[in-house]
Design a protein around this ligand. Structure first.
Ligand code: GRG
Length: 296
């Protein structure tokens, strides 16, 4: 398959959906919607929504049915980036190739933009609910999965552990827990919710969740590698920051070659989880392999 064309077509689909969920000039305070839209449309890869649509496709479902969930995932992800870039957290100036939200607007507006996006994610799902008449329980399960993955049991918990680990030596096990929660939980939820929205069987959902877990870890390792080997121009954010901040990373703990090897074996395991699936899972296979060659 032509992965580049597939990703481009899916990105456009997601962008059109996001445009309809968060149109210009919405709400009583245009400044906050402007800030939300500034970060949301700053040009991310749309990896989480694409994984969600691909999860639906893998189980033979209609990816269009998963679009509101895909949009919600991207809103949650963008909120996490806005807050992560704040002076109280990573204090970054560049994201998605543009000034970070608090640099472009101001700190208070960036906090509100993040809050607005997180809230809009769940609001979007509630607004879409009538479309799923007769399948309300499925939608509720999706909301549960998303809430847990984004919240204290997942991404927020992982971010807290990451902040607590600053300036101290951590074990490999601790590093893995941080990343499983901080980055992996939302990526796993993307594939899982896609499979649920596509009407996958329990076994299919479990298998795709396994894929998401391996994918999430491999993604983080390649993200760490790109921080060492990538360029700011390609990444749209400053690189070399992990070392500067003395952050524990996979390359720092394992060395570059071992980290690369581990990412490779996780990608193989992710692809192996898809063994019983037919050609509908080809995008998921290709996206996993793409992790090993991505430059951004
Ligand atoms: C503030 C609650 C809260 C959580 C922040 C995800 C996160 C937790 C922080 C981001 C820090 C970071 C750079 C983690 C590495 C992995 C990651 C999430 C990279 C960015 O995701 P991409 O590459 O970005 O999918 P785009 O811009 O393409 O969407």
């Amino acid at each position: 398959m032509d992965l580049k064309a597939y990703l481009g077509e899916r990105r456009d689909l997601v962008n059109r959906a996001l445009e309809s969920y968060l149109p210009k000039g919405r709400g009583p305070a245009v400044r906050v919607t402007e800030a939300m839209r500034y970060s949301l449309f700053a040009g991310g890869k749309r990896l989480r929504p694409i994984l969600c649509l691909a999860g639906a496709e893998a189980v033979g479902g209609d990816p269009g049915e998963a679009l509101p969930v895909a949009g919600a995932l991207e809103m949650i992800h963008t909120y996490s980036l806005i807050h992560d870039d704040l002076p109280a957290m990573d204090d970054d100036d560049l994201r998605r190739g543009k000034p970070t939200c608090h640099k472009q607007f101001d700190e208070a507006t960036a906090i509100l933009a993040g809050d607005g996006l997180l809230t809009a994610a769940f609001h979007t799902l509630a607004v879409a609910a009538p479309r799923y008449e007769g399948r309300e329980n499925g939608l509720l399960e999706v909301i549960q999965v998303l809430g847990a993955a984004a919240g204290y049991q997942g991404m927020v918990g992982g971010q807290m552990l990451d902040l607590l680990a600053e300036g101290r030596k951590i074990t490999f096990q601790e590093l893995e827990t941080i990343h499983r929660l901080k980055t992996g939980a939302l990526l796993t939820a993307a594939v899982r919710t896609g499979a649920l929205m596509g009407g996958g069987s329990r076994e299919e959902v479990t298998r795709l969740t396994g894929y998401g877990e391996k994918f999430g870890l491999a993604f983080q390792i390649t993200d760490d590698l790109l921080d060492v080997e990538g360029s700011a121009a390609e990444m749209g954010k400053a690189t070399g920051m992990d070392e500067k901040r003395h952050k524990a990373t996979y390359p720092a703990l394992l060395g570059l070659e071992k980290a690369r090897e581990w990412a490779r074996s996780l990608v193989e395991e992710a692809v192996a989880s898809l063994e019983p699936f037919g050609s509908g899972a080809e995008p998921l296979r290709e996206i996993a392999r793409y992790l090993l060659v991505r430059r951004a």
